[in-house]
Design a protein. Structure first.
Lengths: 453, 127, 479
């Protein structure tokens, strides 16, 4: 029997010690009519058989997994360094539980402390927590933090935030007592606009949540929004993209009190949507209102440097219904991986990666601009942008998929109504996309649009 | 054995009160601080807040526990012990003096007579 | 040990990343450019590898030691499952790839949902929640949506006083008031107290069965009846599913909603505190409220569907922690129906055996047969020496074991909660028993040995008070 380590003789001896006649007797106090003797599950299989089944299942995705991936909208095809994959296979790390016994968990604790430091430096803020589930829930938790800090319940959200993240905020809002006000943050043609978000903040507002870059890849200066928020005693929360901060002004420097977002791009791979990494950084005045685990530096009984979970009285296992969040298991290994990624890349490596995304976007935009029938929109685009053709966007994606190119996300088909139109495709270009792939993309799109004209 | 000064009044939730005119000084007892262990953080109310009797007025935290402190009497917060924010250990060292938490201007000082006398509290603090 | 920021080398990882040249950055307007680059480490790849390997040597996991951490189900994480999740067809699959091109992935997830339905006795499952606590939150939003759809505004969620902290925290986050229900002297839900607490405001009772004391709630049918007669729902916290999987089903006991922790019962690794996954199962009448995306089967084709108009919405950006769910599927495929039953049988046997063999020095808090875990306390003689459960835990570290869970559940004084799981050998269980009795003897003879433990760990006892009083959460706060 797989993965049980007691032999028949062991079982017999142990039952004997307990004075029991059979394994069934262990469950004698479970009412007989609740005990079920036939489960409609397939019979067990050998490791080899299961390995073959999984290889076959995985192979059925190979066309997508092996394509030139220009998909983004919340998950990005960045390179995952081999050294990272190698270290993540250390059993001491990935088979550990939450470091409640710090003396034998210094490895994970120190790595998370280093991650917290790197995220704080990257975002330009004082402190970062040791992870949340994903970018969407990080936004919801950031809003919760603002509500606790200000004792207000109204939050303003720039509608150019990822629509899936807005969905999660809506899911959580009612239970958390939030009143969510969505405001336009600028259409595709006119570029980003701070007027509506700034005007929507009032004296009852806990926070203004603004993406940077926005869902369409456009960067903006948030300093005026910070002033508007602070003038009313509200917090400014910046939903940010970590790699971009190697080059772009980070949320902290633009006046944000909190930065949150998705850390998947920091070495986590795609993995069909998870596990990813929610990150949350803030000014240190807010630390006691923060959700999630925090690692602190201290000393051991011999005076040596040591690390431990700290401020646990914020958390559910102590504060129960009054906790800052219900989060327990989070995404520790993902935070570990993100810190490792940043260490491997280093300051200069991350800059090059961010610059390569800029260059890739510029190269693809230049080629698409030359195709009759293709419309581009203005803005400072980092890794992602929208283009429009007269065809339906999902048709464009189908035609390019047939050529081994995942062209992007058809906005209307995937997200329903929005500020986009039926022909709009959201396309992402990471450092992994080669000049050949960009050429092939442009050629295939030219062909598709020409055929339709 | 924890100390229970004779001149104070107590609650079942381990608060103590010293009434001086219409001002009530509130803290947690020696027994309470010893049960909590080393205090790492104290959350105090804003001065000026009106509190009802038995409302939460402060939170005292150790590494593994967070304990609400309730107002033994209704009134208005007129002063809080800000020194504890810098040095929460003062509450462990001196729960009845340096470790006081909140001063309230109470509406009816006579309410304090309904609180526990030292011997009654001693019976509770033994459990 | 040095921090990564305290190590430097002229060579850096940038050597492996091509430089696109200065033209790209020139595209960024000056007002949007960062003034100074973020202070990230600059180290050669080899030095980075050495740093993290040094860290891994200061960490223990199930792969290193016996890890009988109660309530956490620290069982062996099969390596095939790790390999499976890393297959390029899964690992490199973008969540926005069209359904037609991810049929293998969708088939796997759909099949996992079916198996979870069968194991839990539920009619439908969602795989979207990303951890157990998120599963609870999702489940409570389902409770809320279910009652609202019936124009029944119920505001209270009941939790036993022995419950895990996530239960009340999740209920509060879902907008409910939390009311604790007392346990009786047998460690089970006090039915009289429950009847008193249940009323027209009660939305649900959250219950773990076996409960957090490792005891099976034998009157579960009566509990379910009390809730259902009052129009409330019964929520199953799957934290302890390992005790009954393949033996009894929450759905048959009367539970309406369940969440399972795949990182407990289904052997996916805990990752040092996640990522896990917390799928939620429901009875048919609650299925319309499940979050998006739903995985549907149309003949031989699988697709992701938007949720029904009654859905609670989305609980995460995508469809859940697929990389973790692949591991759970692979594990279940290997176990099969006999294997699933054997898991619970052996997990309970191991716990019952340890409880019996430890009882002389560490009597169980409740004199009743335990399930997959039990709560013990040091004997009065040991406590009389001024030794705390924490000291015993730290001394166990010196003996080469990860300590059990300590000080949980809160209703047991000096609690020591032991969960051996089914994957340990009898030799290992016996070695643990022997170590515990040695420690008990030390507690009587040389209690200082316990109070100054651990001596053989990478660091001595860590000063948690200093950590909290003098907050240093980043390297920059230390300087």
């Amino acid at each position: 029997m797989p993965f049980v380590s007691l032999t028949d003789a062991d079982v017999e001896a142990m039952l004997g010690e307990l004075g029991l006649g059979s394994l069934d007797a262990l469950f004698a106090h479970v009412p007989e009519d609740l005990r079920r003797h036939a489960f409609a599950l397939p019979p067990g299989r050998t490791q080899l058989e299961v390995e073959r089944e999984l290889e076959a299942l995985a192979a059925r995705n190979d066309r997508a997994a092996g394509a030139a991936c220009f998909l983004g909208a919340g998950a990005y095809d960045h390179h995952v360094p081999a050294a990272l994959r190698e270290i993540l296979r250390r059993g001491e790390l990935y088979t550990a539980y939450t470091p409640y016994q710090p003396e034998i968990a210094q490895g994970m604790l120190q790595a998370l402390f280093e991650y917290q430091t790197m995220l704080a430096r990257l975002t330009g803020l004082d402190v970062a927590n040791a992870s949340l589930y994903d970018g969407a829930t990080a936004c919801l938790e950031a809003l919760g933090l603002a509500v606790r800090h200000t004792n207000r319940t109204r939050v303003v959200v720039d509608a150019n935030l990822n629509p899936r993240w807005r969905d999660v905020i809506k899911t959580g809002a009612a239970g958390m007592g939030l009143t969510v006000v969505e405001v336009p943050g600028g259409g595709l043609a006119q570029g980003r606009d701070a007027a509506a978000p700034a005007a929507a903040v009032d004296a009852s507002t806990a926070a203004l949540l603004v993406p940077n870059p926005d869902f369409f890849g456009r960067y903006a200066d948030l300093k005026a929004l910070a002033q508007a928020a602070h003038a009313h005693g509200a917090l400014l929360i910046g939903a940010a993209a970590p790699i971009s901060m190697a080059i772009f002004e980070p949320p902290g420097a633009m006046g944000c009190d909190v930065a949150c977002g998705e850390g998947q791009e920091l070495g986590l791979g795609l993995s069909f949507g998870g596990p990813y990494l929610g990150f949350l950084a803030a000014r240190k005045e807010l630390v006691r209102r923060m959700p999630g685990r925090l690692v602190g530096m201290t000393v051991d009984s011999r005076g040596q440097r040591a690390f431990t979970l700290t401020l646990q009285t914020r958390e559910q296992h102590i504060r129960r219904e009054k906790a800052t969040s219900n989060i327990c298991s989070n995404q520790s290994l993902c935070a570990f991986a993100a810190g490792l990624y940043l260490a491997i890349m280093g300051r200069e490596g991350l800059r090059r990666c961010a610059a390569a995304c800029l260059a890739g976007v510029a190269a693809l935009r230049a080629k698409l601009a030359a195709i009759p029938g293709v419309t581009l929109f203005p803005g400072t685009h980092w890794r992602e942008f929208v283009f429009r053709t007269p065809l339906r966007a999902e048709r464009v994606c189908e035609l390019l998929a047939a050529k081994g190119i995942l062209a992007g996300v058809p906005l209307a088909a995937r997200f329903g109504a929005g500020i986009w139109e039926a022909g709009d495709v959201l396309v992402a270009v990471t450092e992994k996309r080669t000049a050949e792939e960009i050429d092939a993309y442009a050629a295939a799109l030219r062909e598709a649009v020409a055929a339709a004209r | 054995m924890s100390t229970i000064p004779e001149e104070l009044r107590y609650t079942r939730e381990h608060e103590w009160v010293r009434v001086d005119g219409d001002v009530a000084t509130v803290g947690i007892t020696d027994f309470a601080q010893s049960q909590l262990g080393e205090i790492i953080y104290v959350e105090l109310p804003p001065v000026g807040r009106a509190v009802a009797a038995r409302a939460v007025i402060a939170v005292v935290e150790s590494v593994k526990a967070a304990s609400d402190v309730y107002a033994p009497l209704g009134g208005e917060v007129i002063e809080t012990n800000a020194k504890l924010i810098e040095e929460p250990g003062g509450l462990n060292r001196s729960p009845y003096d340096d470790g006081w938490l909140v001063k309230l201007r109470v509406a009816d000082p006579a309410e304090a007579d309904a609180l526990l006398a030292p011997d009654a509290y001693a019976a509770i603090a033994k459990e | 040990m040095e921090l990564v920021f305290e190590k430097h080398s002229a060579a850096s990882g940038a050597a492996n990343v091509p430089d696109p040249g200065p033209e790209a950055e020139a595209l960024v307007p000056p007002e949007l450019r960062r003034a100074a680059p973020p202070a990230l480490p600059e180290l050669s790849e080899l030095d980075v590898v050495r740093h993290y390997l040094a860290l891994s040597r200061r960490q223990v996991g199930v792969d290193s030691v016996f890890y009988p951490l109660g309530s956490c189900t620290m069982k062996y994480n099969p390596k095939l499952c790790e390999e499976a999740a890393r297959l390029p067809g899964f690992a490199r699959l973008h969540p926005h790839a069209p359904d037609e091109l991810c049929q293998g992935m969708l088939a796997l997830l759909w099949n996992l949902e079916q198996r979870l339905c069968e194991i839990c006795g539920m009619d439908a499952f969602t795989l979207a929640p990303m951890a157990g606590a998120q599963g609870e939150w999702t489940g409570l939003l389902l409770v809320r949506a279910y009652h609202r759809a019936r124009n029944d505004a119920r505001t209270e969620v009941l939790v036993p006083d022995s419950a895990h902290g996530t239960n009340p925290a999740s209920a509060a986050m879902a907008g409910f008031e939390v009311r604790a229900v007392a346990s009786n002297d047998d460690g089970e839900v006090d039915l009289a107290a429950l009847r008193n607490a249940v009323g027209p405001k009660t939305a649900a009772l959250m219950l773990t069965n076996p409960n957090t004391l490792g005891l099976f709630e034998t009157r579960i049918r009566e509990i379910a009846a009390v809730l259902h007669q009052a129009g409330a729902l019964l929520y199953y916290d799957g934290a302890n599913l390992n005790a009954i999987c393949g033996v009894a089903r929450p759905g048959d006991m009367g539970f309406d909603i369940v969440h399972v922790n795949v990182h407990k019962t289904f052997a996916t690794p805990h990752g040092g505190g996640g990522p896990g996954a917390g799928p939620v199962g429901v009875k048919a009448r609650i299925a319309p409220f499940l979050p998006a995306p739903r995985i549907v089967r149309e003949g031989e084709r699988f697709a992701r569907a938007e949720a029904s108009p009654q859905s609670i919405g989305r609980v995460g950006a995508f469809g859940g922690n697929a990389g973790i769910l692949i591991r759970a599927y692979a594990y279940l495929a290997m176990l099969g129906r006999e294997g699933v039953t054997r898991v619970a049988q052996h997990a309970v046997l191991a716990a019952r055996y340890l409880a019996a063999r430890l009882a002389s020095d560490f009597p169980s808090a409740y004199d009743r047969p335990c399930m997959h875990e039990f709560v013990a306390t040091p004997s009065a003689a040991i406590l009389g020496k001024g030794v705390k459960t924490l000291d015993i835990a730290k001394r166990l570290i010196d003996c080469g074991f990860h300590p059990p869970t300590v000080y949980f559940p809160m209703i047991v004084h000096e609690a020591l909660m032991v969960e051996p799981t089914e994957t340990e050998t009898k030799e290992r269980l016996d070695a643990f028993v022997a170590a515990m009795h040695v420690i008990a003897a030390e507690a009587m003879a040389t209690p200082e040995k316990l109070k100054t433990a651990p001596q053989n760990a990478p660091v001595g006892r860590v000063d948690e008070v200093k950590a909290a009083r003098e907050l240093v959460l980043t390297y920059d706060m230390a300087r």
